[in-house]
Write a protein that binds this ligand. Structure first.
Ligand code: PEP
Ligand code: MG
Length: 563
């Protein structure tokens, strides 16, 4: 906390400074988002029959909760989204599960909580040891449904946002899978006590275009929950229980900001052309279908990065080909003639998905992630490719492969794509011929970009990972911020090299990492000849303003080229 202003009486305003993820000012109630942590001890009971009745009652309540969730998912995500809750309901009703819990209570005279926890461990262990991949995946479900039962037994409220009106979410840190499950209509802002500017949670907040801070070091107890808060995204501040003076000042600042945003709206429909006639494409980064509205509202010329792994993170099971096909087709159709670049799944590192059942790794950022999973588990990859190639009939779709380091990988991808096409042919299923490009986000790929450029249709530079691997700084670790020099000459040289190599081979190159939205570098990227910048939707119009006001040939004359 940086200040505490004493008011008349006992009220005190608390002020914390965090790192700014996205600008904007919001005023609203604070919701402290807590993770469920349930400690279950082996406790004896003098009345096992009463415990059995408690368990049955809790099971009924959990069934009702799941019924409500099922209806909500059905409305928002269709049948496939609701399926998981159906499975959980079936598990709760399962005779073996129930018999196990009740017999542990009766034979050992223990509490319902302990019996549920034991049963969860036993059943999850049993599922995890099964041959069949689908059954193995059920281990996570049985744990999940048992957690729900424990919450009911321990009187812990259902997780989620309880407030009626939209709130400021305050959390210790949020995993990408938790963030995607939040009801976005009810989130005004995110503020986390820890977390890094480069985490996927931060990226998600940028995509949503809402004020957000990380690493704010604020308290997470009930004293803060429900209090009025102000988040000043650009200033990196959160004010808890603000005094009148601060409230008035911030309301004024919010009005001024609104005016600026309205002014930017006048740039909609304009081409992204500099004063001396150089064009650049401005596309949007998205994580799911709901972000499309933001992309269109901000006049995106296309989608430069659809992080398809969020489809996987939103579920507790592998999305089927049909589920994926419907999503990709919707995005392609919605964007019409505009290009939509869908990146194949980039699971791993900070984006963990239980049902992938990955081995624990010492260094997950250097581990089995993204294309490495796809190439070692081609069944998962092929399902996604089938859905992508089929959906590409419905628009200007392009497919992009992440974390490439070698020509060998590209050639293996090409073989798998050929197999997929042959299988679709054999089944008489229609598919298109999308552009296929790669992300340049490893130093290896950047250095051999002259060779890679001959094999693909385009490049998109992933600066988030490129910076992490080039400077050897973990993108998740805020303690390393002083060593994360995002304007480091090594980064700018690499980007320039990649653009040069792409153009020599006659392909285009974009930047889809967060650096693409850095207004201090827009002129530099224009001077390098970058063809496309793909950024959070809310960054498109501010970048357009810079582009419209730039004379690249003038800039080149006085270019502060210190790299
Ligand atoms: C990147 O690494 O720059 C990128 C765009 O991918 P992600 O942030 O999803 O790793
Ligand atoms: Mg990346």
């Amino acid at each position: 906390m940086i200040t505490q202003r004493r008011q008349a009486g006992v009220r005190k305003m608390q002020v914390y400074k965090g790192k700014s993820v996205f600008g904007g000012i919001v005023i609203g109630r604070i919701h402290v988002y807590g993770k469920r942590e349930k400690q279950v001890k082996c406790e004896k009971t003098p009345d096992p029959q009463a415990e059995i009745m408690r368990y049955r009652k809790a099971s009924e309540t959990a069934m009702e909760q799941l019924g409500r969730l099922c209806e909500k998912a059905l409305r928002e995500a269709g049948k496939s989204g609701a399926a998981i809750f159906e499975i959980h309901r079936m598990m709760l009703e399962d005779g073996d599960y129930r018999d196990s819990v009740e017999s542990i209570i009766a034979s050992q005279s223990v509490t319902a909580e302990y019996a549920v926890a034991r049963t969860a461990d036993n059943f999850a262990g049993m599922f995890a040891s099964m041959e069949d991949g689908y059954m193995r995946g059920r281990a996570a479900d049985v744990k999940d449904v048992s957690e729900r039962l424990l919450s009911v037994l321990q009187g812990i409220e259902e997780e989620g946002i309880r407030a009626k009106e939209p709130v400021i979410i305050v959390a210790d840190d949020l995993a990408p899978s938790e963030t995607v499950q939040l009801d976005k209509d009810r989130v005004l802002s995110f503020v986390t006590a820890h977390g890094s500017l480069n985490s996927h949670t931060a990226i998600l907040a940028r995509t949503m275009g809402i004020p957000a801070l990380v690493d704010a070091g604020l308290p997470l107890d009930e004293t803060v929950d429900g209090m009025l808060g102000i988040v000043d995204g650009a200033g990196g501040m959160i004010y808890i229980d603000p005094d009148e003076e601060t409230l008035t000042g911030m309301r004024k600042a919010r009005e001024a900001e609104k005016e600026k945003i309205e002014l930017l709206q006048t740039l909609k429909g304009r081409e992204n052309v500099t004063l001396d006639g150089q064009s650049i494409l401005l596309y949007a980064n998205i994580g799911n279908i709901e972000d499309l509205a933001m992309a269109l509202r901000n006049d995106a010329g296309g989608i430069g990065l659809f992080r398809s792994e969020f489809i996987y993170l939103e579920r507790d099971h592998f999305p089927t080909e049909e589920e994926q096909f419907r999503i990709y087709r919707t995005v392609a159709e919605t964007m019409g003639k505009k290009r939509v670049i869908i990146r194949t799944l980039d699971i791993g590192a900070d984006k963990q998905c239980d049902y992938f059942q990955m081995e624990k790794e010492e260094n997950p950022a250097l581990g089995c992630r993204a294309i490495r999973i796809c190439l070692t588990r081609p069944d998962i990859f092929k399902t996604q490719l089938r859905a992508l190639f089929r959906a590409s009939v419905y628009g200007e779709m392009a497919v992009m492969y992440p974390m490439i380091t070698s020509l060998k990988e590209i050639r293996r991808i090409r073989e798998i794509v050929e197999e997929v096409k042959q299988e679709l042919d054999a089944q008489g299923m229609a598919y298109g011929n999308p552009e296929q490009g790669i992300m340049i986000e490893t130093p290896a790929a950047a250095i051999i970009s002259d060779l890679l450029a001959r094999e693909v249709d385009f490049f998109s530079i992933g600066t988030n990972d490129l910076i992490q691997y080039l400077l050897a700084v973990d993108r998740q670790n805020p303690a390393l911020d002083e060593f994360r020099d995002i304007h480091h000459p090594a980064i700018l040289r690499m980007i320039s090299l990649v653009v040069e190599n792409a153009h020599k081979a006659g392909i285009w190159t974009g930047i889809c990492g967060e650096l693409g939205a850095d207004p201090e570098l827009t002129r530099e990227f224009l001077a390098m000849g970058v063809d496309e910048l793909s950024v959070s939707p809310g960054r498109i119009l501010p970048l357009r303003k810079i582009i419209l006001e730039t004379d690249v040939s003038e800039y080149k004359k006085n270019r502060p080229k210190n790299w």
